[in-house]
Design a protein around this ligand. Structure first.
Ligand code: F0G
Length: 459
């Protein structure tokens, strides 16, 4: 059998509301042409993010009832700690309420002004936390990782030569750690190979610098290694994940992705000194170290989610169902980033809307047109998110202007995805009718969340 089916059946359903194109044109205008400002109930299929939007299993919901809500030393913490330790293998397991809380605590404890932190591509909250501590965040993804059409199997790899040069030039005293993100979200959900992690480990050893992973999507990365890296085809996703973490001194994780959590995060570390500093800071903002800003029931659900995410049937379906969307769009001639990522498909806004100039915000305009046409919500990762005017008012645009279709875990069926594919195909055929947009209000930090827009030609 070729067909890869959803490896679950549905026990509880949540209705989604149909709207008409007229209603949607009105709603998005009211929202200042910003999909982040829509009410979620006005969205038919929500592909804004795969973070915290997954469906929990019957086992996780049963675990919720088992949660131990004791302030200190709850049973749920010890279950969580044991599960994490068996996969990650580090000495200290510290729960936090989400990924960026882990980033902030780590930065607060060990990052100082003047530090430099190399990585493949830092996620935007990671970069913001590093910069808030006075450090420079340096992205050293391989050149192939910046080429939208290149079919390299591990486009998330860090450029080892560039890493070595960076460590030589900066010097180990100013590099608190190297941070590799698996999969590389900001680079299109692309995986990092075991060979590349080994190479990074060897360089870090030579300079005596710790190597950490941002492990938000570690299970998807492990499965890509199984599919694409010679020598790993017979290993289980768990064995591969363990081998990945065994090369590191620690990891940060947003458990809203590859732990099937609606909320949750993690710091896993070997260093006693760092763990002590982090726990001290954690008490000030997150809570006691055995709950870290979460309820006992969350810890139960996350421990179960970490086990479920490594099931091979799930990962086979996950990677195949994301690729299904990419393959059909590609076959219809829609410009998409390749190879297809683990958690998302990325449309190339500039090629899709080649009649719009950068100042007309092609990716953003595409995301608005997609909502108007289909009720599907996607997220621009391009001109609006990263474009900056300089002191003279001239705009600097990022290398890529993408629209991310992030697929929540275990939430939508194949017919939902067929609807998305059909809608994007129709929109692509009529793409010349997509109108450009311009800023009406643009906050200077993280503008995409709250900016408002108007049609480019309407003054
Ligand atoms: N690291 C990576 C690689 C991420 O993708 C995210 C979040 C974070 C850290 C921060 O985690 O949201 O739990 O605080 N990514 C989401 C996204 C928001 O839509 O890609 P968080």
């Amino acid at each position: 059998m070729k067909t890869i089916i959803e490896p679950f059946r549905i026990k509880s359903v949540e209705p989604i509301r149909m709207t008409t194109p007229e209603e949607r044109r009105h709603l998005i205008r009211e929202a200042g042409y910003n999909p982040f400002r829509l009410r979620a109930e006005h969205v038919l299929i929500d592909l804004l993010t795969d973070s915290g939007t997954g469906a929990m299993s019957t086992h996780q919901w049963a675990g919720i009832m088992e949660g131990d809500e004791s302030y200190a030393g709850a049973r749920s913490f010890f279950r969580f700690e044991e599960t994490v330790r068996l996969i990650f293998g580090h000495r200290h397991v510290i729960p936090t309420h989400q990924g960026r809380a882990s980033e902030r605590l780590l930065c607060h404890a060990v990052v100082k002004p003047g530090h430099v932190v190399p990585g493949n591509t830092h996620f935007d909250t990671t970069r913001a936390n590093l910069e808030a501590s006075g450090a420079e965040a340096v992205d050293l993804v391989i050149a192939e990782g910046r080429d939208i059409d290149c079919l390299h199997p591990f486009k998330g790899n860090i450029d080892l030569e560039a890493l070595e040069t960076c460590l030589t030039q900066v010097g180990r005293e100013r590099v608190p750690f190297v941070l590799i993100t698996v999969t590389n979200n900001s680079g299109g959900g692309q995986p990092v190979s075991m060979e590349n992690l080994r190479g990074a480990r060897a360089i870090c050893d030579r300079f005596a610098v710790p190597l950490l992973l941002d492990a938000a999507r570690f299970a998807e990365n492990a499965y890509f290694i199984k599919l694409r890296e010679p020598g790993w085809e017979d290993a289980s996703p768990r064995e591969i994940a363990r081998a990945m973490f065994a090369l590191t001194d620690g990891a940060l994780m947003s458990m809203k992705k590859d732990a099937f959590g609606n909320i949750g995060g993690l710091i896993s570390l070997n260093s006693d000194e760092w763990a002590e500093q982090i726990r001290t800071a954690l008490i000030l903002t997150e809570g006691f170290p055995t709950y870290g800003g979460l309820a006992g029931r969350d810890l139960e659900a996350l421990a179960i989610g970490l086990e479920e995410i490594l099931e091979e049937d799930y990962l086979r379906y996950r990677i195949a169902s994301t690729a299904y969307v990419g393959r059909h769009l590609d076959a219809a001639g829609v410009p998409v980033l390749k190879p297809f990522g683990g958690h998302a498909i990325y449309l190339d806004g500039r090629r899709f809307c080649d009649h719009l100039g950068n100042e007309q915000l092609p990716g953003w305009s595409l995301s608005v047109a997609l909502y108007e046409h289909t009720g599907v919500r996607a997220c621009e990762i391009g001109n609006v998110m990263f474009g900056r005017p300089d002191a003279s008012g001239a705009w600097h645009w990022p290398p890529l202007d993408l629209v991310r279709l992030a697929i929540p875990r275990r939430v939508y069926t194949q017919s939902h995805m067929d609807y998305v594919i059909e809608g994007i195909d129709e929109l692509h055929r009529a793409r010349r009718k997509i109108g450009g947009l311009r800023f009406v209000h643009r906050p200077t930090t993280l503008p995409h969340f709250t900016a408002t827009f108007a049609p480019h030609d309407a003054r």
